[in-house]
Design a protein around this ligand. Structure first.
Ligand code: CAA
Ligand code: NAD
Length: 278
């Protein structure tokens, strides 16, 4: 299996790493060399950590040796499966899939790691809707068990089977879901994070208290504000916009504080400032 990944950010980097850990040959593309270099550093750190704990087959160098880094989309041509993990923006993703539909060999499967954007629209843009699917990994990819597998309107049974088996080969548990805004994961998770942000805005409690209440009271591994910072506030806002637009109900309206923080460039952990300072 030759595995392609578009985007070397926190998700693309994690997906590429786990694919290489599973023995696949991997090509990772991003728009700038510096983004590839940053992704590479994160992967090396993660692999070293896993190696120290005896949770890695082979050495970090062996795993990294299976990954090729490139800024050219043409290098995806021979991939059997390409997973896209770029910015959560429908127009940008559709434009990329239009190109990938032309570049990747005819039998190749295209998948999106989108958190919320309709799989069926992206499938249409790709020009190969039967060989298109949502393959939604969770953050941090090396540690999280789930892959949500989202079938678009025209996804073939064979495509769903191959992607499900690939997720299993990557040591993950794939679970199926249909194409509705935010799928299952973010339709349920994101309104909770948005409500926590609304609690900050309304002065219900300080961020530390909100997180502590949800961690200690509900046994969540991270409080909702820590998790929102970890996901990226820009991504959280983009997901809430899709839910609000797609499901209509006012309960999905993004918190004005979330919107303001994104406008201010406070994107959470990746920008150094969100509900907490990093
Ligand atoms: N690779 C390798 N090791 C990693 C790592 C990575 N990417 N990230 C963290 N670790 C290591 C840490 O360094 C730490 O190592 P040590 O024990 O040696 O210190 C170890 O894993 C455990 O980490 P922590 O002690 O910091 O914390 P933890 O026990 O709470 O586990 C966690 C970390 C698994 C991330 C846990 O906090 C958790 O489950 N958080 C919630 C994550 C979550 O909800 N993810 C889904 C987000 S939503 C999504 O992904 C979908 C979307 O579309 C937005
Ligand atoms: P990120 O900002 O960390 O990384 C995105 C990467 O994509 C960057 O390196 C950027 O340079 C690159 N990129 C942007 N446009 C590109 C293009 N046209 N071609 C190639 N590369 C391009 O974002 P992320 O958190 O990794 O999220 C990526 C995707 O995964 C989004 O769709 C997001 O909704 C989804 N997702 C995110 C999480 C999360 O917790 N952050 C979880 C699951 C899914």
């Amino acid at each position: 299996m030759k595995f392609g990944v578009i985007g070397a950010g926190q998700m693309g980097g994690g997906i590429a790493q786990v694919a290489a850990q599973s023995g696949f040959t991997v090509v990772v593309q991003d728009v700038k060399q510096e983004f590839l270099a940053r992704g590479q550093t994160v992967m090396e750190k993660s692999l070293t950590k896993l190696h120290e704990k005896g949770r890695l087959e082979g050495t970090p160098a062996e795993v990294m040796g299976r990954i090729q880094f490139t800024t050219s989309l043409q290098d995806m041509a021979e991939c059997d499966l390409v997973v896209e993990a770029i910015v959560e923006n429908e127009a940008v993703k559709a434009d990329l899939f239009r190109q990938l539909g032309q570049i990747v060999k005819p039998g190749g499967i295209l998948a999106s790691n989108t958190s919320s954007i309709p799989i069926t629209s992206l499938a249409t843009a790709s020009g190969r809707p039967e060989r298109f699917i949502g393959m939604h990994f969770m953050n941090p990819v090396p540690l999280m068990q789930l892959v949500e597998v989202i079938r678009g309107h025209q996804t073939s049974d064979e495509t769903a089977r191959i992607v499900t088996e690939t997720a299993q080969q990557m040591g993950k548990t794939p679970l199926p879901c249909n194409d509705f805004p935010g799928f299952v994961s973010n339709r349920i998770l994101m309104p909770m994070l948005n409500e926590a942000i609304q609690c900050v805005m309304e002065g219900v409690a300080e961020p530390e208290a909100i997180d502590g209440i949800m961690k200690l009271g509900m046994n969540h591994p991270m409080g909702p504000l820590t998790l929102a910072d970890f996901i990226g506030l820009d991504t959280c806002l983009a997901i809430m916009e899709v839910l609000h637009r797609g499901l209509g109900d006012d309960k999905y309206r993004p918190s004005p504080l979330l919107r303001k923080m994104v406008q201010a460039g406070q994107l959470g952990r990746k920008s150094g400032q969100g509900f907490y300072t990093y």
